[in-house]
Design a protein around this ligand. Structure first.
Ligand SMILES: [Zn+2]
Length: 246
């Protein structure tokens, strides 16, 4: 199983960058997790979107969903040209209801409500959601394929059970929106890089990749603060592919 980072920013992209978007592949399975601003252009550089096996939206904030609405047009074109045969399965939280209602599109997608802990099979990948703590319902996911597990945090602030949720993952892709100074100043709804790294250490994950990086942030500060907690840490790099597990 491999992870390709299509976008690593939030809540808006850095110059030339993209918001959250992660392609996870295992054999023939191509799973897209989140589809924020700028992700679709990166995806179509790799393959045509109707060849996706499924889409997971961690939560319904625009920096994780905006290009999903454009992806639907690509599916529609593929459908008219006879290339898309079955609706693309999509998983997303049911709330906010008005956002969830916007996901369905002309029978080209098959939208499923995410239920805490309810595993789904997406091609060759087993996917298990767990609830985070954010300003809207947000789910992290454990994705297992080829005997390896990727844990993705979605958007969340710290909560004590997070460590148990991601325990033993080979690769932990975790949001790291804030610095320690910003947390002390009252920043909420997201993790700091140091919190992400402390969770990684306590959970015994193999490696940590920091993502959901805010453009004005000094990334060297985030990496330094994380590195004090957990050595096997790096910033997610857009366009790079990471093996999950051995
Ligand atoms: Zn969010």
């Amino acid at each position: 199983m491999e992870l390709t980072v299509l976008g690593r920013h939030g809540p808006y992209p850095a110059a030339g960058g993209a918001c959250s978007g992660y392609l996870i592949t295992s054999g023939e399975t191509r799973l897209l997790v989140d589809c924020g601003a700028g992700v679709l252009g990166r995806l179509v550089a790799l393959f045509s979107p109707e060849n996706l096996t499924g889409v997971i939206l961690s939560h319904l904030h625009s920096d994780h969903t905006s290009d999903y609405f454009v992806l639907r047009y690509a599916l529609e074109v593929a459908h008219f040209q006879g290339r898309q045969r079955d609706p693309l399965p999509v998983w997303a939280p049911a709330e906010p209801a008005e956002e969830f209602a916007r996901l369905d599109y002309r029978g080209l997608v098959n939208v499923h409500k995410v239920e805490e802990g309810q595993a789904v099979e997406i091609g060759g990948i087993k996917a298990v959601p767990f609830a985070g703590r954010h300003s809207v319902p947000s789910y992290g996911w454990l994705l297992t394929g080829d005997g390896a597990t990727l844990a993705y945090s979605g958007d969340t602030e710290f909560f004590p059970e997070l460590e148990e949720k991601v325990r033993g993952a080979d690769l932990f892709l975790c949001e790291a929106t804030y610095s320690e100074v910003q947390l002390a100043q009252g920043a909420r709804n997201h993790l700091t890089a140091a919190q992400a790294a402390a969770v990684a250490r306590c959970a015994g994950v193999g490696r940590l990749l920091l993502t959901h990086l805010s453009p004005p942030q000094d990334l060297a500060v985030l990496l330094r603060e994380a590195g004090r907690e957990f050595a096997a840490v790096a910033l997610a790099e857009e366009g790079r592919t990471y093996p999950v597990g051995a």
